[in-house]
Every structure is written in C-alpha cells, then in structure tokens.
Write a protein that binds this ligand. Structure first.
Ligand SMILES: Cc1ncc(C[n+]2csc(CCOP(=O)(O)OP(=O)(O)O)c2C)c(N)n1
Ligand SMILES: [Mg+2]
Length: 891
C-alpha cells in the first residue's frame, strides 16, 4: 500500500488526468477523428485486458452531441425568423386564452407549443418539405398538444382565417372551427395523421417510414428523399407504443425517419423523471438500439463556458443534476442558479463570475436556440444508414413567466390575466398596445410585411405549405368483378372455411394484372395458421435487403422467400406494428397518391381488443382497406380457450363510425362484400374501411341464392324459406357466420315439432342498426313526409312467427336491432369467457347450437301461448339438455 495522504492522492489523480488529456489533445490536433477513436478504443481494450474494464455505458456526457466547431450558421435571417416565431407564439397563446374566455373549460394547451416553438419554426423555415417538393415531400406527425402553434402559423401563412382561430375548439360554430388536435377526419384538407393519443404518432411514423421504402422498393413510387418526422413529448415516451418499435427502425436502417423529442422534462402532473434524467435515459435506449442520437441540450450561450471547461468540471456538474432540480432552476432567478448550480465548486463559480444574475437566468437551452436546432436537423437529414432521434431540451411554458414557465401547473394553464399578457407581449415584442392587450387580440402583419414575405418565400422554396392533406390519386377503374364469379356458385360439395375462401380471393386479386400490385397483405406471424404460406413463394415477403441466407425450406415449393420486391408485410408478432402498416398502406392514396389496398389478417381476438386505439387512429386518418379477424368466433375457434376465443370484436367495431363490419358465413357473401368494398373505397373513394371475421370451420359453401346480393351488403337476406309456409307454428330464425349452419340445423329440428321456419343470414347487425337509426332520425326530422322504413323492418314486414337470433358474438348484437323487429326477438349469443373445448361442446356450453336455437324458438312460441309449455319441457328432454347447467355468462 502506498503511503500517500488522500489530499495528495487526489492531486496526483488530477495531474494524471491533465497529462492524459493533453496527450489526447495533441492527437486531436494532429489527426483525424478516426485516429482519435482508434486510440481510445485500443486504450479501452488495453484496460479491459488489465482487468480495469470500463463499466458499460450507453450514454455520452450531458452536453450537446454536435460541437460548436461542427456547426454551420443558420441560412436566412435569424432576426426575421425570430419575429415570425414570436408572432406564432402570440397567436397560439391568444387562441387558447380567447377560447377559454368565450367558453370556460373549453381547454387547449399553451405550454406545449411554447416549449416547442423553435423546434417547429426551424423545421418550417428550413426543412419540412411540402407536397410540391421532389418526391411528394415529408410526412410530419405533429405533437397533438402543440396544435395551437401549427394553426397560428397557418394563420400567418394566410391559410386559416381569423374567424377560424376564434373558433378554436368550437368546430360546430357557424362557418366551422378548428379541431382541438390533429384530426384528418375533421380537417381533411389540413391534417394528415392524428397523434394525440400519445404513443401512436411514434409507432405510426416508424411504419410509415418503412412503408415509404416498401413503395419505392416495389416500384410503386419513385425513390425520394422525403423524410418522416415525428414530434413527441418526453412524457409520451412512457407509452409502450412510443419506444416499442424503435428497434425495427434501426434494423431497417430507416434514415428517412427523424424523431424530435421535446424534452421539457415535464408531463401533465409534474416532472417526467424528477429523480433522473430523461434525456440520458432516452439516449441510452435509442443508442442501444442503433439510432443516431443527437442531444441538443445547451444553447449557444453555454458554448464559451464549455469551451473554457478544460477540466470537464462544468460538464460533470451538468451531468449530476436530476431533472426535478433542473426544473427548479428554470423557475428560479439567476442568483439561485449561481448559488446552487455553480456554487458547489469555487472553480465553477469562477467560470461565471463575469455574468450577472440576469445573464445567468437568460442562458438559453438548446431546444430554444435556432442555430443548435438547425444543425441538429441538418445532421439528421444528412445521416445515412440510421434513423435519428433529436433530444431537445426546452422549458415547458417558455415565455409564460410567472404565469407558468417551468411550473408544474403549466400544462393546464389556459388563462392569462392582463399583466401576464403584457409581459408576454413585451418579451416577444408583439406590436399590440396596452389599450388593446386585455382582449388578447390576434395579430397578423400586413401581407407585404418583411415577415410574411419571408415566410411565404421559405415555404415556396420548400414545396408549399405543410401540413396539407390532399387526395391526388385517380379513382381505381380496374374491372375486378369477374374475379369474384367463381365464388357465387359455391364449393359444390367440397368443404371449405371462410378463411380458405379469403385466401383464395386474395390470391386471385394478387394475380390480377391491374389491381394485383396494389394489394398489400399484412400478417403478424400467423400466415401458416391461416393457410397463407403459399403466398410466401408466390409473391415474396418484403425485405429491403432481399434474402441474405439460404432458407431451410429452399427445396420445397412453399419456401420462406424474402425479397426486396416482396409484397407481403410479414410483421412478426406485433399487432400494433401491423396496424400501423395498415394505416400507412391504407392512407397511401392521399399521402403518396398510390391506391394500395391493405388486407391485414390477424387472430381476431388480438385486433379490436388489443389495438382498438390504433384502429381508431386509422379511422381518423381515413385509412382504407380490409381488416380480417381470423380464427374468429367464440365457439368456432375450438381448443384455444379464454384468451383466444373472440366473441365481442363485432361489438367494439360498431363504435368505429366509418368501419363497416361483417360476419359472413359463406364464400359468396365474402366475395360480394370484398368486391363491393373495393368499389366503394377505391372507385367511389368513400372514407371507409372494412372489418370481416373469417373462421376456420370447414363446411360446404352453397351457391348464392337469387337476388341475395343487395341484402348481403345491407346486412341480411333470406337464405331459405319455410318448408311449409302454411304451417300453424311459424318462426323467423337469424344466423350469422359459422353459427348460421347451426340455425339451418335448428330449423330442421323444429320441423319435428311442426314449426316451419324461414332462415335469414345476417351478415351485419351493425349495418342494420345504423340503417335503423338513420331512418328513425330522418323520420323525426321530416314529419308529414313518407316515413323511411328501416331495411330490417322491410325484410320482416310480412314475416310470420316468433323471432330467434343466434351468433357467435354477444347477445347485444341482435338485441341492437330488436326495436325495428315486428315483434319481440330472442337472442342467443356467446356472452362469457371462452373455454378450451371442441366446437360442439362449446356451442352447447354457450347455448348457441342447433338444439338451443330450436329450444329458444319453442320457448318463444309457448310464451306467446301458441304452444304448450309441456312441449318445451319435452324438447329439453329430447335434446338432452341439462336445465340446471351453469349459466355460461359468468362461469
Ligand atoms: C394515451 C394518452 N394518455 C393520456 C393523454 C393525456 N395527456 C395529454 S398531454 C399529457 C402530458 C404530455 O406530456 P409530454 O408528452 O411530456 O408533452 P409536453 O406537453 O410536455 O410536450 C397527457 C398525460 C393522452 N393525450 N393520450
Ligand atoms: Mg414534456
């Protein structure tokens, strides 16, 4: 043991460190970057061999990634851009303040945009490319809560009227208003993608960037340098969807993707990581995954301080502070900062002794410094082979001062008083007088002002205004009807499942000369389950790099073929990722002017239940295409049990207004629905998409009854008429999906009890329900005119007998149309948890098999006094039903 006093020990270490740094400085001055890196790597290896390996660290010091020497100056006029930004800031703030004065509680956010203004303005002035740019421009996912700033800029651009600004969050005002957040459904000429359900913007943007590549690799779109930008909050990164797919972006080397994370260190309630450092945490995650990470922490004001930080004391101090404390510095004055941040070491204090408290307070952060942000974006745009994430440090509520800057309440701040407004106005130099200020008026300089001229010039040079949503695609005219004809004649005795039918339909579409290349099959690792593996070889699985290995099944006919022009998006086990691909493919008609038609087929239980919020975002995005819930039906999917057997997706899908859902039973129903769907979506350009459940039960597919087509689409048609229309006891039976066969069987069983039944195939209770309400509503609003009759009522106008419906879904589905039935209807369904069992026992358990259909019919007849209860009791015996069997609903 060396006998040196601790004091000396640290002195020696300091000396050692200085010497090593100086040696390194020498190499830095003499050589290039590579030489420095090689030296450090060899030292690291040397240390490891000597047993003094470095602890693992995925982070770099808490300073900017781009060094001042590497920066280029901001082109254009920083001063004019500052003035434009101030005007946007003011109008964004005024929009929220005014809206809440007009209508208390209407909401809106000031502080999110206030912190992100520079991040957006640098983008608008220098980077974001509009639709007219080469390759169709960039796709931008704007952080939802920053929407006031995006509107305020569009107001300066002359794209949004002052009336509309007055009606922020008042969309029902005469003349219309502005939606709270980005919603293409509500503002289809403006917003391209919704983002406000946090986490969905990031994951959608990743798959969008990948889909852009896919279009290019498949020759459906010219290669372009267009970027996908996703703006998100630091708090938002806690959503699993935000970070859950970032490895895909790195693996696929998506250098067309840029994440900008506004690290204001706060979320709604308080700090994102009070006791940690969100920027460092995110850096480690993204770097570990293979992203290019650019930290923009400190503004130019800090450059000279860091340049003088020869011993690394300042950088070390910067890295010690936790976010909760950084937030405290943001709300305190310069003296506090001097005492608490710099005051821990006299050498640090010395570094800032030339700065006044006021100057200390004003040291800007990186995300508020246009030069720093410009350089980060420039590097991101020029980076190849990797996606880039920019971690920009800002202050939440920047510029609000006492009214909220950096405070925990700032996210919810919507009201500013006169003096708050005066301070804001003065700070950003807005030409509004004291007399007018109380009103928080909007301000737009004259059209020929320097600011507006500059702004217009910039956007013109970048390909036009953004965000802009426009549908540039030509309606699809391909004659596809003949493709579907084979399905109308049934399977002629052969058994098939609707899944098999779907695969056949898909294969035919894929082979079609005109429409084939537009089909985008999307599968989350379930192709074999659905019997789709023949497609692997036929059309290939998309991979940007082709296939770099010899697949193990190369010698078979159906080998696992990956190809650069592969058509299948085999997403692996991610329904969220697949749904994001669906949205990208389903909106390409607007975003890229390409009519791609996605067919996303998945385990039905893991669709509406698992990723309903993404489906909702797809609906808002006006995505088109077909969702196929496969292995559907609580009792039709045998064996898999409680977590797999879906009996409710059709109830959830009813909540999505532009989703048209069907539970088809037969091949011709599938064919009619898909054919008409393509027509409505791609020829007539309706903003709808489809949800179809397909099953794995095999049965003979009958030929299409004469005249059924219309009813299939409207939701029901009569499959078979009563064998004895004159019978005294009559019934109308309704069946859907695979349960339709049980209903047909039930009708047969009933003949033994002298009951003659018509059987209806109900392809969509949802469509019947929507039509029923639409008629009621119209009738209410048009008294005295000939009332419209709901389709379901038209169908059953003269239909005699009791009414019984059965499906593989919740009873509430048939119940939803009960009000337009001529008489009371009895519903059978699969409310309850699934079971691992075979099909027959499951249907018995859930009371939806043929016997229960017959029993329910007899019970209804008895209830109406048409039949003795004894007959019902006898039927229970005949059918060997245990009347004391447990209720499946909660067993
Ligand atoms: C899925 C989801 N959960 C909750 C919310 C409600 N919410 C809106 S903004 C917000 C805080 C956002 O914080 P951050 O992501 O850091 O954004 P900042 O406003 O700080 O930029 C919350 C919780 C939401 N919009 N979406
Ligand atoms: Mg935040």
């Amino acid at each position: 043991m060396r006998n040196i006093a601790p004091q000396d020990n640290s002195e020696i270490e300091a000396l050692e460190q200085r010497e090593w740094r100086e040696s390194l400085d020498y190499v830095i001055q003499q050589g290039d970057r590579g030489r420095v890196q090689r030296l450090l790597l060899s030292l690291r290896n040397h240390a490891r061999i000597a047993g003094a390996g470095l602890p693992f660290s995925a982070v770099t010091p808490y300073v900017n990634t781009i060094r001042p020497e590497e920066q280029t100056p901001l082109p254009g006029s920083q001063e004019i851009e500052r003035r434009i930004k101030s005007l946007v800031r003011w109008n964004a703030m005024a929009m929220v303040v005014r809206a809440n004065r007009a209508s208390d509680g209407i909401g809106g956010h000031i502080s999110t945009y206030a912190s992100a203004a520079t991040l957006y303005e640098v983008g608008f002035n220098h980077f974001f490319r509009g639709k007219a740019a080469n390759g169709g421009g960039d796709v931008i996912y704007f952080q939802g809560h920053a929407s006031p700033g995006i509107y305020a800029r569009a107001f300066l651009e002359g794209r949004i009227s002052v009336e509309k600004l007055h009606n922020f969050r008042r969309e029902l005002a005469p003349g219309g208003g502005l939606s709270s957040y980005p919603h293409p459904w509500l503002m289809p000429d403006f917003w391209e993608y919704p983002t406000v359900s946090m986490g969905l913007g990031p994951i959608m943007s990743i798959y969008q960037a990948r889909f852009n590549r896919y279009l290019e690799d498949r020759g459906l779109k010219k290669p372009s340098t267009g970027k996908v930008w996703a703006f998100l909050g630091d708090g938002e990164t806690d959503e699993p969807e935000s970070l859950g797919a970032i490895s895909l972006a790195a693996r696929e080397k998506l250098d067309n993707l840029i994440f900008v994370i506004n690290c204001n260190l706060q979320r709604l309630d308080g700090p994102v990581r009070g006791n940690g450092q969100i920027i460092q945490e995110l850096e480690a995650i993204f770097r570990g995954t293979g992203w290019n990470v650019i930290k923009v922490i400190w503004g130019s004001d800090w450059d000279p301080l860091l340049a003088n930080d020869h011993d690394g004391l300042l950088a070390k101090r910067m890295g010690e502070i936790v976010d909760g404390q950084y937030q405290k510095y943001a709300v305190e004055d310069g003296a506090y900062m001097r005492e608490h941040f710099f005051g821990t070491d006299p050498r640090l204090l010395d570094m800032v002794k030339h700065l006044s408290d006021e100057q200390l307070k004003r040291l800007r952060l990186g995300g508020h410094d246009p030069v720093k942000v410009y350089n980060a974006y420039k590097t991101a745009v020029e980076t190849t082979g990797q996606p880039t994430v920019i971690l920009a440090r800002t202050i939440k509520g920047y510029g609000l001062g006492e009214a909220g800057e950096g405070k925990n309440i700032t996210h919810q701040q919507k009201k500013l008083n006169e003096s708050d407004l005066q301070i804001f106005r003065t700070r950003f130099g807005i030409p509004i007088s004291d007399d007018e200020i109380a009103d928080a008026p909007f301000y737009r300089p004259a059209d020929d002002s320097t600011e507006l001229q500059y702004l217009r010039e910039r956007r013109k040079g970048l390909g036009g205004y953004t965000p802009t949503r426009s549908v540039r695609v030509e309606p699809l005219q391909a004659p596809i009807d003949p493709l579907f004809e084979e399905f109308y004649k049934g399977t002629e005795g052969r058994k098939a499942s609707t899944t098999m039918v779907f695969v056949r339909v898909l294969s035919k579409l894929l082979r079609d000369k005109e429409i084939g290349e537009l089909i985008v099959p999307i599968i989350p690792d379930e192709a074999r389950t659905f019997g789709m593996e023949s497609l692997f070889r036929a059309i290939g699985i998309y991979s940007h790099v082709g296939q770099k290995y010899e697949p193990v099944d190369m010698d078979t006919l159906l080998y696992y073929k990956e190809a650069q022009n592969g058509q299948i998006l085999e997403e692996g086990i991610t329904e969220a990722g697949s749904m994001s691909s669906f949205i990208a493919a389903g909106t390409a008609y607007a975003t890229h002017g390409v009519n791609t038609i996605p067919f996303f087929i998945y385990y039905s239980m893991f669709g509406f239940q698992r990723v309903a919020d993404l489906i909702w975002a797809g609906a808002d995005s006006r995505a088109k295409g077909f969702l196929l819930g496969a292995t559907a039906g609580r009792t039709t999917l045998a064996g898999e049990g409680l977590q797999h057997q879906d009996g409710h997706s059709h109830v959830i899908s009813l909540g999505v207004p532009n989703c048209i859902s069907y539970d088809p039973a037969y091949a011709y129903e599938m064919a009619v629905i898909i054919q008409d769907g393509i027509r409505r979506m791609y020829r007539d350009q309706e903003s709808i998409f489809y949800y179809l459940t397909v099953m794995n039960e095999q049965y003979v597919m009958p030929p299409m009854p004469e005249g059924a087509r219309d009813g299939i689409l409207k939701g029901m048609y009569r499959l078979q008429a009563a064998s004895n229309p004159k019978a005294k006891l009559r019934a109308q039976l309704f069946g859907s999906g695979a349960i339709l066969n049980e209903v047909v069987q039930g009708a047969k069983l009933l003949e033994k009890y002298d009951v003659s039944a018509d059987v209806w195939s109900v392809t969509s209770y949802q469509e019947l329900y929507r039509d029923g309400h639409a008629c009621d509503r119209w009738n209410m609003l048009h008294p005295g005119e000939t009332p419209r009759i709901p389709y379901v009522a038209q169908c059953l106008k003269n239909a005699p007998g009791v009414l019984v419906a059965a499906s593989d879904y919740l009873k509430v589905l048939p119940d939803s149309v009960d009000q337009w039935m001529p008489r009371r209807m009895r519903s059978l369904g699969t409310d309850g948890f699934g079971r691992s069992e075979d099909r027959q026992r499951l249907r018995e358990f859930f009371e939806v098999d043929a016997r229960f259909v017959a029993l329910a019919t007899l019970a209804e007849l008895a209830k109406d006094g048409q039949l003795d209860q004894k007959v019902v009791a006898q039927a229970i015996k005949d059918f060997e039903i245990n009347p004391e069997k447990a209720n499946p609903v909660r067993t």
